[in-house]
Design a protein around this ligand. Sequence first.
Ligand code: F6P
Length: 366
Amino acid sequence: MGIVRPSVTKTFGILTAGGDCPGLNAAIRGVCRAAYDRYGMTIVGIVNGYRGLIDEYVRVLRPVDFAGILTRGGTILGASREKPFKAQGKDYDIVGDKVAAIKETYHKLNLDCLVVIGGNGTNTTGYLLSREGLNVVGLPKTIDNDIVGTDRTFGFHSALAIGTEAIDRLHSTAQSHSRVIVIELMGHKAGWLALYAGVAGGGDVILIPEIPYDIKVIGRHLAERTRSGKTFSIVVVAEGALSVEEAAMEKKERKKYREQTVTPSIAYRVAREIQAETGMETRATVLGYVQRGGIPSASDRVLATSLGTAAAELLAKGDYGRMVALSGNDITSVDLSVPAGKTKPVPQDHYMIDTAVSVGTCMGTD
Ligand code: F6P
């Protein structure tokens, strides 16, 4: 440690929550190295997301704990999808409220602030905890890239590279067998990953939740490809993609319809629909958790490290209730109320949709 600068925050807790993604450890390292080396802060690692605060499952982190983790996938702190503000779980009906347990742990550990690294749900919980009187700083991570307030989330770039490689690999087998192959990528509410990987991999059809698809339009597009001598096609579908018929349904009706038809997942339904519509031999592939595993890309390491060190600066200043963010080429921060309770869909007029259409990709609609 060099010269230790003055800091408002003396001790903080750090957790990772929600689905994991490449870059979490790089972010932990960024926050911890700057907080420890520059400001001499004491760091309490909270295990398994908000669950660790409820159960007081914590350990003090020393430099050895955050050394050598920059390139590692996953999270050294563990993660969970615990949402303390949602309906109380069985366990806690007896011993009391989860939010109260979190506040108790926070005060018992003498934390000056809580650093929460996560997606929409995690930052929303962070915002709600800040309204309960806790000091919170958030960091935006997710392969879905759907957090309001930041231009990009870390994890997205790594997942994009994996999705693109998968599409590349499907091309040769689809061509060999003259098949249509439908590949499903993650993204239940937003189609960023499918759209970007679809463009990067040269998908012939890209289906995202923001643009309901018409199977007849897809059928015509694939038939036209066949007429022009192309014997195979790749269809990239986001897990939350939906048809025009579904889009017209009430929420309850749509939920029921999807339970009946999206089996085992949307890629299989789309493959069945394409085969029925065109008579072409069609296969489905679901990339699944491969997208979230493994080492972060160089770009995600850089973003996660920059956001992490920026979070340490907020801690030092005592500038709480904020989420660090990327804005253009700058690292900045926004009030935690900005991402809270929201999802960032692909805008209908996003240039990437136009890019896809301009290179002859069908977005599922005319
Ligand atoms: O992290 C977000 C995400 O990748 C979504 O795209 C996907 O729907 C979800 O996680 C699935 O994660 P899990 O099965 O861990 O809840």
